[in-house]
Ligand binder design. Structure first.
Ligand code: ADP
Ligand code: MG
Length: 621
């Protein structure tokens, strides 16, 4: 229990200290955003209490008359922001106004450390929440009382490392933030200035923002307005408020659906990837409202996880207000909304991909790998998703869609060829691609984790099957090439080569599944592939990384019959001496290791590798 009569002193968490140093010690061109932040918090507090009163009506002092009030005291040189929202308990104060709770702030601080200048420019846009008050105030007081509690509290700080909490005196629940303005911040005592700031940044707030008896904002939820009545700037401000974002939305989707489950959606796709995009929880960030009443920030079942980059709100009159958040999540109506939203978003993306391909690529760089999760998660929309997926390819290094790929297929090509690896740049140089390049056959280069997994579920697109170039035999000779590549690999099964293959098989034994002449190589002597029906090479690598596979499965070693080394070795393997030829034996291992190295792996036994390499060099010199 806290002693309700004394004043306690606390220190800010280290990160807050750092943040406050930056906030207080710098000059901003747009420090007026402190007001946006405080009004935004006041509005959040009203939203929270309104939700609580759904199940506990006794909590509200003045039912449904939520508002935010500004007060200017020119004499005392204070500006205050009050709300009759949820308020804060002693513990809430300690937890929220002494630490940094908001995700992303840590990363933001990091970025400040790295590029001092760039970061400082960002601060105004980023909004450091409550602490931005210290940009304009040398002292901040917070008088607050939590709904349903007896005690009220006064929090106070000069923003220099410490804050105090003592018992306060407040009749109704809610919070008042009093700013003792700095000498150089007196402009915020001017009504006209304050009015202008609210119009600019906080017009979208759905509760009235009052200055005396005057309402400064439109005070209607922005999503309920007609789409044509909302300006770009208003969207950006609302997006910042609702998403804690600081970029301009890449796309705005504002829709009203009337029907079985009526709903309004105002969705934003960010132009930069949010910090938590790859968090394990894969949370949705679209706020759910039921008939204008805020329900929840991260409603499960509203937005599919593969669209978790979406921000904004969904409001439906057809969902029930009188059930818990948990029960709402399993309401079949919510599932209907989810499907409708998914289709809307995918449709909008398709349009964008068609009409503004360059912009669509920006989107794809940010969120493509997340969107591809939908290929696995949502079989019902799989085909629509495939249509809007982009991939790197061997064709001039640009991104391509699958339809484009299919259009460029050569005569006789019935597969969509792909290669998966960890790094698109590295796989672009892989020996596996040589034969395809020589024939002008395009190969998709896939390097997202998720690629390996959706390809387990999807086998074809527009009648062409997906085929990995690192697994199974190639059918390259069926494809009519338009570049006159040398198709004279007819000596592929010459007797000499067969002798060499036999010698290598004998020497390598179980380590390889087979040794075969290759049709996919032009410049490199060897490569390793997974046999038809075996697990593909990259999947094995992935599973090994995650400890789910201890040993690679033996792979097939392919030899390039036209390669100088292979020809010479084949010459040497003729006749009976092969079995005892130590150079041939060393060469067998070295070829295998070469293939491994080309795949980005290490030689099986580095010491032996070095010994063999030295032996061969020695005999060559
Ligand atoms: P954010 O709004 O992103 O959570 P802030 O720094 O703006 O971050 O605010 C920190 C926290 O302080 C809020 O999440 C909220 O819990 C609490 N808070 C701030 N202002 C108020 C208020 N007027 N009423 C109730 N709680 C508030
Ligand atoms: Mg805030």
């Amino acid at each position: 229990m806290t002693d309700a009569t004394t004043k306690e002193t606390f220190s800010f968490q280290t990160e807050v200290g750092q943040l406050l140093d930056i906030v207080a010690g710098s000059l901003y061109s747009n420090r007026e955003i402190f007001l946006r932040e405080l009004v935004s918090n006041a509005s959040d507090a009203c939203d929270k209490l309104r939700y609580e009163t759904l199940t506990n009506p006794s909590l509200a002092d003045n039912t449904d008359q939520f508002s935010v009030s500004l007060e200017i005291d020119k004499k005392a040189k204070t500006l205050s922001v009050s709300d009759n929202g949820i308020g804060m308990s002693h513990d809430d104060l300690l937890e929220t106004l002494g630490t940094i709770a908001r995700s992303g702030t840590g990363a933001f601080l990091e970025s400040l450390k790295d590029g001092e200048k760039g970061g400082l420019g960002l601060i105004g846009q980023f909004g450091v929440g409550f602490y931005s008050a210290f940009m304009v105030a040398d002292n901040v007081e917070v008088l607050t009382r939590k709904a349903g509690e007896e005690n009220s509290w006064q929090w106070s700080s000069d923003g220099k490392g410490q804050f105090t909490i003592e018992p306060g005196d407040r009749g109704e629940c809610g919070t008042t933030v009093v700013l003792h303005l700095k000498k150089d911040a007196k402009e915020f005592l001017e009504e006209a200035r304050v009015r202008h700031i609210i119009k600019t940044y906080s017009d979208h707030i759905s509760f009235p923002v009052m200055l005396g008896t005057e309402t400064l904002n439109s005070a209607s939820a922005i999503w309920t307005r007609a789409p044509k009545d909302v300006t770009k700037e208003q969207h950006t401000e609302f997006y910042h408020h609702t998403s804690h974002a600081f970029d301009t939305p890449w796309l705005v989707l504002h829709n009203r659906v009337e029907g079985a489950v009526s709903h309004i959606s105002l969705l934003y796709i960010p132009s930069t990837a949010p910090f938590d995009l790859y968090d394990a929880e894969r949370k949705s960030h679209v706020k759910l409202y039921v008939n204008r009443v805020f329900i929840s920030e991260n409603t499960k079942g509203l937005i599919p996880t593969y669209l978790r980059f979406l921000r904004g709100v969904v409001d439906s009159e057809d969902l029930s207000l009188n059930v818990s958040r948990e029960m709402l999540q399993s309401d079949p109506k919510l599932a209907k909304i989810k499907t409708a939203l998914s289709k809307k978003v995918i449709g909008a993306l398709k349009k964008k991909a068609k009409n503004a391909p360059q912009e669509y690529e920006d989107f794809w760089q940010n969120f493509g790998s997340v969107l591809k999760e939908g290929l696995i998660e949502d079989p019902s929309l799989r085909d629509r998703l495939l249509e809007i997926c982009l991939f790197s390819s061997t064709l001039n290094g640009e991104l391509t869609g699958l339809s484009g790929y299919v259009e460029r297929c050569k005569d006789g090509q019935d597969a969509i060829y792909y290669m998966i690896g960890e790094d698109a740049k590295k796989i672009a140089h892989s020996p596996h691609l040589e034969g395809f390049r020589a024939k002008g056959v395009e190969v998709l280069l896939l390097s997202d984790h998720v690629d390996e997994f959706w390809l387990q579920h999807i086998t074809e697109f527009e009648g062409k099957t997906f085929k990995s170039v690192t697994r199974g035999a190639t059918d390259l000779d069926k494809i009519n090439s338009d570049e006159k590549a040398d198709d004279n690999k007819d000596d592929a099964d010459s007797p000499a080569l067969n002798d060499l293959i036999a010698a290598i098989k004998l020497e390598l034994g179980e380590v390889v599944k087979d040794v075969r002449p290759s049709k996919r190589l032009t410049d490199s002597p060897v490569c390793l592939i997974a046999d038809d029906g075996d697990m593909d090479v990259n999947l094995q690598r992935l599973l090994k990384q995650h400890g789910q596979l201890t040993e690679n499965m033996p792979r097939v070693l392919e030899l390039n019959p036209d390669h100088k080394i292979v020809r010479k070795l084949a010459e040497r393997a003729k006749g009976d001496g092969a079995a005892t030829d130590s150079l041939l034996k060393d060469a067998a291992h070295l070829l295998l290791d070469q293939a491994r190295i080309a795949d980005g792996e290490a030689p099986a036994d580095p010491a032996e590798f070095v010994r063999r390499l030295s032996a061969i060099m020695d005999s060559a010199l």
